[in-house]
Write a new protein. Sequence first.
Length: 792
Amino acid sequence: MDIMSRRAPRQDVNDDHLEVEAPKKSAAGVPAVAVAMKFAVEQMGVRRTAQTLLKLNQADGFDCQGCAWPDPDPSHRHTAEFCENGAKAVTEEATLRRVDRGFFVEHSIEDLRDKTDYWLGQQGRITEPMVLRAGATHYQPIAWDQAFELMGGLLNGLASPDEAVFYTSGKVSNEAAFAYQLFARAYGTNNLPDCSNMCHESTSVALAEAIGIGKGSVSLEDVHDAKLIVVAGQNPGTNHPRMLSALEIAKQRGAKIISVNPLREAGLVRFKNPQKVRGLAGPGTALADLHLPVRINGDLALFQAIGALLLEWDALDHDFIAEHTHGFEEWAAAARELDWDAVRRATGLERREIVAAARLFQESDATVVCWAMGITQHRNAVATVKEIVNVVLLQGNIGKPGAGLCPVRGHSNVQGDRTMGIWERAPEHFLDALQKEFGFDPPREHGLDTVKAIEALRDGKAKIFIGMGGNFVSAAPDTEVTEQAMRNADLTVHVSTKLNRSHVVTGREALILPAMGRSERDLTGGRLQRVTVEDSMSAVHASHGPLKPASPYLKSEVDIICSLAIATLGDRHGLPWEDFRSDYTEIRHRIARVVPGCAAYDEKVSRPGGFVLPHPPRDSRTFDTEVGKAMFTVSPTDVLHVPEGRLLLQTMRSHDQFNTTIYGLDDRYRGIKNGRRVVFVHPEDITALGLADGSIVDIVSEWSDGSERNAPGFRVVPYDQPRGCAAAYYPETNPLVPLDSTAIGSNCPTSKSVIIRLVVPPHGGKGVTESSDAGAARDSGSKRTVQPEHLS
Ligand SMILES: Nc1nc2c(c(=O)[nH]1)N[C@H]1C(S)=C(S)[C@@H](COP(=O)(O)OP(=O)(O)OC[C@H]3O[C@@H](n4cnc5c(=O)[nH]c(N)nc54)[C@H](O)[C@@H]3O)O[C@H]1N2
Ligand SMILES: Nc1nc2c(c(=O)[nH]1)N[C@H]1C(S)=C(S)[C@@H](COP(=O)(O)OP(=O)(O)OC[C@H]3O[C@@H](n4cnc5c(=O)[nH]c(N)nc54)[C@H](O)[C@@H]3O)O[C@H]1N2
Ligand SMILES: [Mo]
């Protein structure tokens, strides 16, 4: 029954169980509904499933814990306004399975360390606070008060507040986020890394420089009304399924769609809308008109080339350029000199393919460009986003209906957390506003981002790690170094709903603090509380959960933060923690006074559907940059060199996971069943490398300092993509991503361009599913004695 328990950590694939089929040609439809219901009913039962899913994304219900794609206007919502993967996300939280104190008696920390991420997550909701004392073999229960006392005592004992790290994952509500950053700053540090540092940071940096605000400029209506939609480096069929409904509407109104992706992702080819009878039964809607199978990392060159062609054809909005932009002449001079040979090498595309794309831009007077991790997690990611901006500016596609920049965010409230000040480099005006409102002087020196926090923990410069949600150990790059960094800490604390790897790779002491999830009724302070969130398009709205909390001992995130603040700060600075936790409206009143665009916050979030935050480029073509105009920028054309016999690996999500949370072992659209340790390679590369379909290989990544990392035991699967590219799932491949390999300007790990080689281990790879073998391979890391084959 339990195939996981026989396997070593992270060895989710048994060669014998893994099945590979042809990739699917369409997304959603009947199978999506069936799969969602199967997961939900298995873990929640029929009644709870109905009760929960019908409140999902409704104006009087709760915001989906899945992605940050916006909800339609309240009057246009369906009874079932959710997708297969949203239903899985909710099921994961509303499950009836429990991890209680008996569980921790039964399982030692050593035992839990041997389990896969999938197994850990499947055990259910954590029911009470647990502590791992120094040297102990088991977690044991701890009273909430004692947990806060322990944390407060250690925090107050640090030599400097900068020895503490306060991480946030993007599910945390605006109220909790605002209270958390206030606490960290009142305590004395800007060490507020978040999952954004590994996600859309490159977007935020590039957009802030180019258009004066780090957020996208479109509304859902703009997507519906666009004449051309470009989807670059994003897999909406899996990661933002409700976006397909928006693409379908646009398509029916006559829009063209270009997909830019090394893989031909099912959702971009054809979509069967499960909310319509025709979608369930019929052939569905063909989505992409043009698919550009770009080589990994080739997008910078691609957008440069599209820009150069629009310039050559004079397909420009001259008035917009003259009135609203800066730097056009320098950009145009560089574009005229574009090295088309370099473009061809970088993109792997034929010139005619790029011309076809540029023609679609030329023919459209309302273009939306969407992007996600395929763009942001590269060394040149910030420059690439700026090239997207250049192309959008050329045709004045910003601040008008049906047009704009559409970075599609990940976690459901990752954008809101940033708005609320979860930011290691919060701008001066934000800190000034905090000072004015609360009367203390917040630290001004920038704090640690995710990568720098790992380095500080590794080097003994940070000693306490507190994670507000998330799974830092598995999400971060360079797993071995990150795990060692966590072990160096005096204390690691995780505010969590479910068990994960970060709970078993700990500092000297560790705490698990179980939090209520968004689907649960929050009666903190004896009154029904609600929270607020912001989606990818800057719309803010309220959310309240319908379900009874998984255990009577859970606390809300706001409660946990305020209690920790009281235990640590006492009445230092006279901050109103008691008021905050007895009524979150008090927090919203402070948000209204501190956060730009949030005046009358509590009142505005009470409207059905909430309100939209101001966005000067979108609202009035105002650009709050250094020169007060939108900036054209010039970057060198970048060709990522991959040595002979090596491949360029991207690490991505399967259809059955939410980041490090593994829902199941299938990746339906890509034809993978019952396993995750697969590496997708072009059939001709498989042959050229002397491998075969089904070979079991170790993936070895090579680092600038000459060292190597190894992820053992992946099955080679032939898959259509540009030559020289490869793809495998995250987080299994995180050991391969070097900690010091990050995007220039944003420090985002380069999870989508890792140079690797595939090595057949001497034992033929068969042994790697046995725990002893895999453990040995993991522990010896780069010291493995396997002689790397040169495969070309
Ligand atoms: N169900 C589900 N939903 C999710 C998540 C989840 O794990 N599961 N995660 C959430 C989070 S936090 C995020 S950030 C988003 C992530 O959403 P996505 O960005 O869609 O996530 P990835 O799976 O990393 O997919 C990256 C896509 O980019 C493509 N790609 C890779 N390299 C390149 C490149 O160099 N150029 C181009 N043009 N394309 C490339 C890949 O083939 C893939 O289609 O989804 C959010 N929603
Ligand atoms: N190689 C590689 N690495 C990547 C990426 C990649 O594409 N490739 N993507 C990166 C990206 S885009 C991101 S966003 C990060 C994700 O990094 P994180 O946000 O840190 O990771 P998640 O897997 O989303 O966190 C899941 C955990 O959050 C906890 N949790 C879930 N819901 C709640 C809640 O409501 N409250 C609280 N307190 N806790 C909760 C659960 O315990 C669960 O185990 O990973 C990054 N890492
Ligand atoms: Mo993300």
